[in-house]
Design a protein around this ligand. Structure first.
Ligand SMILES: [Zn+2]
Length: 272
């Protein structure tokens, strides 16, 4: 990470204002390293670009967050007093100025394919990224995330889940290439980026399951996008049993989630 957590680069020509965030979760190093390289190597021709290390204290500690998950704090009227609330307010001012956001994440799962979170309005760009999965619906089920905040304001955002946090070296080139493609697609740089078209699967996030009691338990360890058999009970929480409907899959299964927070996301395969 650089000394400053917010770096602005301005082009000679008038154009869009963009933001690239990394380290909203401080332990997701792939995006943070990609941002380091992008800041060193990219000059902006058109418009203005904010390069943002979103949660510098968490990045410094190598922790997901310090007090609160920053990616749940992007909403008007946030008057919380944790480090993350204050940072969210600062970052919302930047987002209010921006037309489009690229937000680099990595998954806390042990493995799993990289995927894009965006809504249909962003498909043209998302199709050009070398990611195998495009996942929609998140802006509706989680409106207080960075991308949810952008969509609430009628804008576009792309969250890139750049593989597992344990596979930084493997996915760093993908994260960096995606930054170049983003800046090229939205007109900030004139450098042509080579696009390798990767076949896509579409998955729509439908609901969040929260950990209601300390007795919450998954029946087994799940991979991201693992298809659940129809009718199968995949988790129990005290006296509640969660069972799957047809074509449902599971994302971000967190057996050790903090009480009251998300234990997993349930999504439908092959629809937008
Ligand atoms: Zn993240």
């Amino acid at each position: 990470m650089k000394n400053q957590s917010i770096i602005i680069k301005q082009g000679k020509n008038k154009g869009k204002t963009l933001a690239i965030f990394a380290g909203v979760h401080g332990n997701e190093v792939t995006g943070i390293r990609a941002l380091d390289r992008a800041i060193e190597s990219i000059n902006i021709d058109t418009g203005k670009v904010y390069f943002v290390y979103a949660n510098p204290k968490a990045i410094f500690k190598g922790a997901r967050f310090i007090e609160k998950n920053l990616n749940r704090l992007f909403f008007n009227g946030n008057n919380g007093n944790t480090e993350e609330d204050m940072r969210a307010r600062e970052l919302m001012k930047i987002l209010d100025e921006c037309d489009v956001l690229l937000d680099l994440h990595a998954t806390n799962s042990n493995d799993g394919e990289p995927f894009i979170i965006c809504e249909k309005t962003g498909f043209d760009f998302a199709q050009t990224l070398a990611f195998p999965i495009i996942s929609t619906g998140w802006a509706l089920i989680e409106q207080n995330s960075t991308d949810g905040y952008m969509y609430k304001n009628g804008k576009q955002a792309f969250c890139l889940e750049c593989g597992s946090i344990k596979a930084t070296d493997k996915y760093l080139p993908l994260a960096l290439q995606s930054i170049y493609q983003f800046l090229s697609y939205f007109g900030s740089i004139t450098t042509q980026t080579s696009v390798e078209l990767v076949p896509k699967r579409f998955v729509r996030a439908e609901k969040i399951i929260y950990k209601k009691t300390e007795r919450f338990k998954f029946i087994k360890e799940f991979h991201d996008f693992e298809l659940l058999e129809e009718g199968m009970v995949f988790a129990n929480d005290d006296n509640i049993s969660y069972s799957a409907e047809k074509d449902e899959c599971i994302i971000f299964a967190r057996p050790h989630a903090i009480l009251g927070t998300e234990a997993c996301i349930i999504a439908k395969m092959d629809i937008t």
